[in-house]
Write a protein that binds this ligand. Structure first.
Ligand code: FES
Ligand SMILES: [Fe+2]
Length: 355
């Protein structure tokens, strides 16, 4: 499986990682995450180089990990520092790979490619509002047995709302509104706007008067490899300067394997920030909408497709597929550029070897 390597992926939400070791599959590799005594999070391969036991089945001793099988200890850079056997000499190959890891916007970002290129400034700053007290966040993680691009297709075509999530979208003005799809720099954007209408179900219950006429928008922005920002909101039609009720949600996909994905979702809102009832509604939507409606559908599609590529199966294309198709093409272009770059590097290396 080809993955974009020189880019940041979300390895976990910050709250998922503490002094218990967490094992997570990322781009086909088992990675283990934990926090050092000073709270800094680290990531190393979850496989002991002796008999390949998962290190996450061992225990933390201070900042080191002790393998649960025969007791080798590794520091947080992955270097073996204690061998409790024989003369205690440490074999030179007793080292596990560690990865650059940055904690930002409530997430732990991992760089699985060339560590020299890991630049924290490349972490998308459009998630910075998660750190602001002006926004209240409700966050979750779901492991899904489907390729990340199938989940991306789902997020880029919200026309499925009226069928798969019909119970949540009974009188939604967006259902009959065509979406504009366009490319903005390196992003693919799908935008729907409706003026002068009753608010959709997602906001109607949060307005002082659900019959108020509002302008509303729903804008999904995708960037490779799997960063989504869903900006949606309503504003009274007679008050275009009002800040309105807004949500700015992240959906972030990190491939686990070719046919599975770690899916992180962060719902951020600028209204009723202290209202736990609203938090509970959002959690309920994440549990039912994502967990009981999207997930089983996408996983069933994956089982049916096996390892075949979507386009090799000649899917019929509908008007609603524009954003998903563009995102897939853009990702393919980036993967081809990466293949090309790797081939050039291999050729250069073999020229040096044969010189
Ligand atoms: S498998 Fe880890 S020390 Fe033996
Ligand atoms: Fe959905």
């Amino acid at each position: 499986m080809r993955y974009l390597r020189n880019t940041w992926y979300v390895a976990a939400l910050d709250i998922e990682v503490g002094r218990e070791m967490l094992s997570r599959m990322i781009l086909g590799e088992a990675v283990m995450l934990y926090r050092k005594l000073d709270g800094t999070a680290v990531a190393v391969i979850d496989r002991c180089p002796h008999r390949f036991a998962p290190l996450s089945m061992g225990k933390l001793i201070g900042n080191n990990v002790q393998c649960g099988y025969h007791g080798l200890q590794f520091d947080c850079s992955g270097k073996c520092v204690v061998n409790p056997h024989g003369d205690g000499k440490i074999p030179r190959a007793a080292q596990v790979k560690s990865f650059p890891l940055v904690e930002r916007y409530g997430m732990l970002w991992i760089w699985m490619g060339d560590a020299d290129l890991a630049d924290a400034e490349l972490i998308p700053a459009y998630y910075s509002h998660f750190d602001s007290p002006d926004w209240k966040t409700v966050r979750g993680h779901s492991f899904q047995e489907a390729n990340y691009q199938l989940i991306a297709d789902n997020l880029l075509d919200l026309s499925h709302d009226q069928f798969l999530h019909a119970n949540y979208h009974r009188k939604d003005a967006f259902l009959t509104t065509p979406h504009e799809v366009f490319v903005d720099g390196t992003a693919v954007v799908s935008r729907r706007q409706v003026l002068n209408s009753i608010a959709s179900d997602a906001f109607a219950g949060n307005l002082p008067d659900p019959k108020l006429l509002v302008d509303q928008w729903k804008i999904m922005r995708w960037e490779a490899p799997g960063y989504f920002l869903l900006d949606l909101g309503v504003r009274p039609s007679n008050d275009p300067q009002a800040p309105g009720l807004c949500k700015r949600n992240a959906h972030i996909l990190t491939p686990a394997t070719e046919t599975s994905t770690n899916y992180y979702f962060i719902n951020a809102r600028n209204y009723q920030r202290d209202d736990e009832k609203v938090d509970a509604q959002i959690r309920e939507w994440q549990r039912i909408g994502f967990g009981e409606q999207d997930k089983p559908m996408i996983e069933a599609i994956q089982r049916g497709m096996g390892k075949q590529d979507l386009f090799d199966l000649n899917p019929i294309l509908l008007s609603v597929d524009g954003a998903a198709v563009r995102a897939r093409r853009h990702l393919e272009k980036l993967l081809k550029a990466q293949d090309e770059h790797e081939m050039q590097a291999t050729l250069a290396q073999s020229a040096i070897t044969h010189a």
